[in-house]
Design a protein around this ligand. Structure first.
Ligand code: ATP
Length: 199
C-alpha cells in the first residue's frame, strides 16, 4: 500500500507542523545523527496503531510529545496523520485517499480519526489488520529487528506470517467473540442460580 503523505505536529523532535510527501519510487531520508530520521518511522509505527511506547523508543506515553528545547516551550499534544493511497480500494472505504490520524495530549487523553471522522484505536487496527501494514506487521524493520526475526521461535515467526496472510483480523475477532461468550456463560449461570432460588 502506497504512502502519500505524513504530517507531524508536536511529535518528538517535530515541534512545528511538518509535512513529508512521498514521491513516486523510493524515498530516502538523510541527515546528521540525532536530527530525527528515526522519529519519522516511529511516527508511522505509532499512527498505524502501536500501543507499546517502548517500540517507538519511549518509556512513557508523554515521551512522544515535543518536550521543549532551549528556545521552545514544550507542546501539549502530539499529532500524526498518515495519508494512504486507496485508489485500488484495498481499504473498505469509498475514498481514493484514506487519512489516519492519532493525537495524544499530555493529560493522557487520545483521539483517533479515519478520514477526519472520530473513531477508536480498535477501528484503525481493524481497518489495517488485513492489509499487511497493521500493528505488529513487518512493514517497518528496525535496525535490531533483522537479527530478532532470524532468531525468532517458530511460534513468533508464525505471527508474522499470519499478519502478512491477513489472518490476524480474524484472530482479533475470535478473541473478542470468546470474551463475549464467556460473559454470556456467566450471565446464563447467574440466571439459572436465580431461577433455582425462586423455585
Ligand atoms: P541517528 O542517525 O543517530 O540514528 P536520527 O536522525 O534517527 O539519529 P532520532 O533518533 O530520530 O535521530 O531523533 C533523536 C532526537 O529526537 C534527539 O535529539 C532527541 O532529543 C529528539 N527527541 C526525541 N523525543 C523528543 C521529544 N519528546 N521532544 C523533543 N525532542 C525529542
Amino acid at each position: 500500500m502506497k504512502l502519500i503523505r505524513l504530517i507531524l505536529q508536536g511529535f518528538k523532535s517535530f515541534a512545528d507542523r511538518t509535512t513529508i510527501d512521498f514521491a513516486e519510487g523510493m524515498t530516502v531520508i538523510v541527515g546528521p545523527n540525532g536530527c530525527g530520521k528515526s522519529n519519522i518511522s516511529d511516527a508511522v509505527r505509532w499512527v498505524l496503531g502501536e500501543q507499546n511506547v517502548r517500540n517507538i523508543r519511549g518509556q512513557k506515553a508523554e515521551d512522544i510529545i515535543f518536550s521543549g528545547s532551549e528556545k521552545r516551550k514544550a507542546k501539549n499534544a502530539a499529532m500524526v496523520s498518515l495519508i494512504l493511497d486507496n485508489s485500488g480500494h484495498e481499504l473498505p472505504l469509498d475514498t481514493a485517499e484514506v487519512s489516519i490520524t492519532r493525537k495524544i495530549f499530555r493529560n493522557g487523553d487520545s483521539e483517533f480519526y479515519i478520514n477526519k471522522r472520530s473513531c477508536r484505536l480498535k477501528d484503525i487496527q481493524e481497518l489495517l489488520a488485513n492489509t499487511g501494514i497493521g500493528k505488529g506487521s513487518m512493514v517497518i524493520i528496525g535496525q535490531n529487528q533483522v537479527d530478532r526475526i532470524l532468531s525468532a521461535r517458530p511460534e513468533e515467526r508464525r505471527v508474522i506470517f499470519e499478519e502478512v496472510a491477513g489472518i490476524s483480523k480474524y484472530r482479533m475477532k475470535k478473541v473478542d467473540g470468546l470474551r463475549k461468550l464467556e460473559k454470556a456463560s456467566a450471565n446464563t449461570e447467574r440466571v439459572l442460580d436465580l431461577k433455582a432460588v425462586m423455585e
